[in-house]
Structure formats: C-alpha cells, structure tokens
Design a protein around this ligand. Structure first.
Ligand code: HEC
Length: 227
C-alpha cells in the first residue's frame, strides 16, 4: 500500500498550479472555494485532511459518499477526480472525471494552494483565478433590490403570472417562463419581499426568488379581476 501511494505521489508531483487553475473552471460551476458557501456541491474550503462528506450544513450528500470512511489527501483526490462515480459508486457528483494524469496533477497542484483555510484569498491574490471563480456560482445578494426588481404583488390568472414591482409596473409572464425559486440563505431576499430577476435577453422569462418556500403559496393570489 505504501508502494502504491509512493507511485501515485510520483505520478502527480510537480504539477503546474497555473494550468490547474484553468481546469478548475469546470469545478467552479458547482463549488465555491469560500468557507460556508455551499452550492450544488459543498464548499471546498479547507478540504485537506477532512473526512469525506463532512462539510457542515451541506444537506445534499449522497448516502454513498457519507458511507465512506476516508480523508481527503492527494491520493484520494487523485483517484476521485479521475472518475468520481467509479471511486464512489452512487455519488451525486455528476462530473465525468479527468482521465489525463498530467491534467489531474496540475489540478491537484492548484488545489494544494486553494483548499487550505483562506486558500480562496490566496489564489485570487496570486492571480490564479478571478474572484468570481473562487466564489463560484453563489447567488447575488438580494437584500437590496432595484425598484424594477422588488416585487409588491403577484397574481396568477389562467396560464399567466402578473408581477407588479416597486416601480409601479405590472408584467405578464406565461406561467412556464417564470421560475419560482427560494433563497433561504444570507444572500436571499428579505422576508415577504420576493425579487424578480430577468433570465435571458428577451425579457419574456424571469426568475422570482422568495425567501421561504411557504411564501410561494402565501404571496401568489389566484385572481382574474378583468373577468
Ligand atoms: C455538476 C456539479 C459538480 C461539478 C462540475 C463538480 N462537483 Fe464536486 N461535488 C458535487 C456534488 C453534488 C458533490 C457531493 C457528492 C456526493 O454527496 O456524492 C461533490 C463533492 C465533491 C467533493 C467531496 C467533498 C466532501 O465534502 O467530501 C470534492 C473533493 C469535489 N466534489 C471536488 C470537485 C472538483 C475538484 C471538481 C472539478 C474537477 C468538481 N468537484 C466538480 C458537484 C460537482
């Protein structure tokens, strides 16, 4: 076993963190390097030496990963990133893996810097990745929304949502074009104050973000006053 580890270490020794940072772009779609920023996947901050599936406040781990009893180090990461679903059968990480040993070695060289406590700040300061990429696809803070985003009334009639915003405008959306979302985290809107976010260029699609799931039922009124 010691032999195998030594061979693995040799295989990815001396990776290039700069090249690895480019590869990390594929991970930033689902992960943040910032602590406590759990997105599609758990925050990767301070991962070295942590037991698998042990990030606090990440409720979406697969039972497959939770059942594993290993710690994240170079060797486990090297095997996981080659083919996640082969290393942990039944994982929820839908990422096909990086088969190329050299590319994986480069990525691990980057992760060595990025996944220590405060690593997000270091990789941004060193110019390895832009701040947005270290942050990942964390939602924009919605506590302070512009008047044309701040929703004051929502009604549903036939197959249409009519959304009124603080600028006094009412806009109709075909019900299939309005995505109802909840951001109950610190970035989410104030209670009772959903936020309308345009999605796409045409203006006919949008997301409506609520601060709790219960608000969806409570704030949408079923009325067709024009009838
Ligand atoms: C499509 C979304 C997605 C992508 C892309 C993705 N991950 Fe993940 N990742 C997840 C999810 C979801 C989990 C939780 C898996 C589970 O519970 O089975 C996870 C788990 C992990 C874990 C285990 C964390 C822990 O707490 O034990 C590591 C490490 C990891 N990902 C690293 C990466 C790296 C590095 C990349 C880029 C090469 C990457 N991931 C790409 C979604 C993704």
């Amino acid at each position: 076993m010691i032999f195998v580890s030594a061979a693995l270490n040799a295989a990815h020794a001396g990776g290039d963190p700069r090249r690895g940072a480019k590869i990390y772009g594929a991970c930033a779609v689902c992960h943040s390097l910032e602590p406590n920023m759990n997105l599609t996947g758990p925050s990767l901050a301070g991962l070295w030496g942590k037991k698998a599936a042990s990030v606090p406040d990440f409720p979406r781990y697969s039972s497959a990963l939770k059942a594993k009893d290993f710690v994240w180090d170079e060797n486990t990461l090297y095997a996981w990133l080659a083919d996640p679903s082969a290393f942990v059968r039944g994982t929820y990480m839908t990422f096909r893996g990086i088969r190329d040993d050299k590319a994986r070695g480069d990525l691990i060289a980057f992760l060595k810097i990025a996944l220590v406590p405060d690593g997000a700040k270091t990789v941004v300061a060193q110019g390895l990745v832009p701040a947005e990429e270290a942050r990942g696809q964390a939602p924009e803070p919605l506590k302070i929304a512009a008047p044309d985003e701040r929703v004051t009334a929502i009604r549903h009639c036939k197959n249409t949502f009519f959304v009124t915003t603080a600028d006094g405008k009412e806009r109709p959306f075909w019900e299939m074009n309005l995505r109802l979302k909840v951001d109950s985290s610190a970035t989410g809107p104030l209670g009772g104050k959903p936020v309308l976010l345009p999605a796409g260029m045409q203006g006919d699609r949008a997301s409506l973000v609520f601060s709790t799931a219960a608000e969806i039922g409570n704030l949408i009124k079923q009325t067709c006053p024009e009838q």
